[in-house]
Design a protein around this ligand. Structure first.
Ligand SMILES: [Zn+2]
Length: 93
């Protein structure tokens, strides 16, 4: 049973999406936070965009501060309070 969890590798936003995870971002500077829209994120950045890379590029749309990422199974509970957060991701050059 434990294998079920350890065998799931979550390295990319596509894998998060496939496995039914939700991704929440919280801004350390202004305290805002909410779920991101994984659907549109995968469409925009591609499913192979890695989480470490996402963490480096994501910033708060309100104050531009650094954000922290939290993953959880979307099916495990209702969405926490907060408006969907449109995260600014700096494009790669
Ligand atoms: Zn902020």
């Amino acid at each position: 049973m434990a294998d079920k969890f350890t065998s799931v590798h979550l390295n990319t936003i596509g894998q998060l999406h496939e496995n039914g995870y939700a991704l929440r971002l919280d801004c350390k500077s202004c305290g805002r936070g909410a779920d991101v829209d994984l659907d549109s994120l995968v469409r925009r950045l591609g499913p192979d965009f890695t989480l470490p890379e996402f963490r480096r590029h994501a910033s708060c749309p309100h104050c531009g501060g650094a954000v922290s990422l939290t993953m959880r199974l979307a099916a495990a509970g209702t969405k926490p309070e907060g408006h969907p957060m449109a995260i600014r991701v700096k494009p790669r050059r």
